[in-house]
Write a protein that binds this ligand. Structure first.
Ligand code: COA
Length: 169
């Protein structure tokens, strides 16, 4: 059984393992275990039998904006819809937390564009640039793409359970 839930202390090693795997391949930015521990409250996970199989961090910014960071699905379990499930869960959580827009900066923009994100020039993400890009050694010549999801414009990815039970689906 796959469960979606906010991360717990016991997920720390599992989250770090996933992020580290993709960071070694240059796909995700590296994060230390200490960094993940300090921001554990921002992580959401998919769990199967107590094992973290996917993770994402929902990073808050000003003006109702949030960033999806460290999006990772266990490399032995990709292509089974877990990435899709993870993003739907993150967007539902962001909506519940009253964010208005969620953006992502990624090497795989197509994955997010299929999920209803819109491509945006990275320069439009002024807060992100202020916070991270200024300090990033890879900033010159960076070829990452940005995409944004407008929570205020789109209906929930999945109706809440209460609505489903009324509709009897
Ligand atoms: C990208 C990633 C999260 C996708 O997870 P996944 O579990 O394999 O994705 P799913 O099985 O849910 O696939 C959902 C859809 O996205 C497509 N897709 C999967 N990976 C994709 C990619 N890298 N680029 C474009 N489309 C992709 C699938 O074909 C599928 O299409 P469909 O909706 O038409 O069926 C996963 O491969 C991963 O962890 N990659 C490394 C980290 C990373 O790139 N993170 C994103 C940047 S922050």
């Amino acid at each position: 059984v796959i469960r979606e839930r906010p991360a717990r202390r016991s997920d720390l090693v599992g989250i770090h393992r996933l992020v580290d795997y993709y960071a070694r391949g240059g796909i995700l930015l590296p994060r230390t275990e200490a960094d993940i521990r300090a921001r554990l409250g921002r992580f959401l996970v998919l769990e199967e039998n107590g094992q973290v199989i996917a993770c994402v961090a929902l990073e808050p910014y000003a003006d109702g904006e949030a960033e999806l960071r460290s999006v990772a699905v266990d490399p032995s379990l990709t292509g089974r819809g877990y990435g899709k499930h993870l993003i739907d869960y993150a967007l539902t959580t962001a909506r519940r937390r009253r964010f208005l827009r969620v953006f992502v900066v990624s090497r795989s923009p197509d994955f997010f564009l299929r999920r209803g994100f819109f491509p945006v020039p990275r320069l439009e993400l002024s807060q992100k640039i202020e916070r991270d890009c200024r300090r990033c050694s890879r900033a010159p010549g960076c070829n990452l793409s940005a995409a944004v999801f407008f929570l205020s414009l789109q209906p929930p990815a999945r109706p809440p359970a209460a609505v489903l039970s009324v509709l009897r689906v």
